[in-house]
Design a binder for this molecule. Sequence first.
Ligand code: E4P
Length: 225
Amino acid sequence: MSTCSIIHHVVMKLFIDSANIEEIRKAAKWGIIEGVTTNPSLIAKEKGDFRAIVSEICTLIDGPISAEVMAETVAEMIAEARSLAEWHKNIVIKIPCTFDGLTVARKLEAENISTNVTLVFSPNQVLLAALAGASFISPFVGRLDDAGENGLNMIARSLKILKNYGFASQIIAASIRSPLTVALSAELGTHIATVPFKILEQMIAHPLTDVGIERFKREWRASSK
Ligand code: E4P
């Protein structure tokens, strides 16, 4: 009888941080995007209502699609989240990192509704969101950098906290402003980076790739092959 061993390894995932259908459609075609994060500001920039936008996004990417609750009380957030979760099986409920938000996250996760605790800026917030059982936790790298702090250091500390205790939550490096941040997030072993479309485009670009393609073409054409 043969035995086989299963190697469990964590693979970094890229999400697109956008509510723009054209951007998401283009990025989906590349075959490397596994989820989408929206937020109220991103939805506000687009035409159409919240449900229509999110529902269309769900047809483009078959993975976690974050939609944020706007209600403010625990009861209202839970009611809003349950109704958002009915739109599609892949909807993840984005909840701000407050004690009320954590109460909501705990409740929703118990109902098998995935949550993404957002607007996370400190290691203690990561610890609390992990204790609440959030599926995803989103530290905002760029906004920390904007405030003169070290966003990537926050990611490293977040990952260490989860690893120390084997929390199942996944860190999403959010508020990304440069391709360098994505690369450094990957070097840190971050589970997921959610990346704006423009920065996804910048990630593939390198002048030596373009020069190399041109040179291969030129030399191929000049030969008699
Ligand atoms: C995270 O999920 C948010 O949608 C996003 O990354 C916020 O980025 P910003 O700081 O560029 O608004």
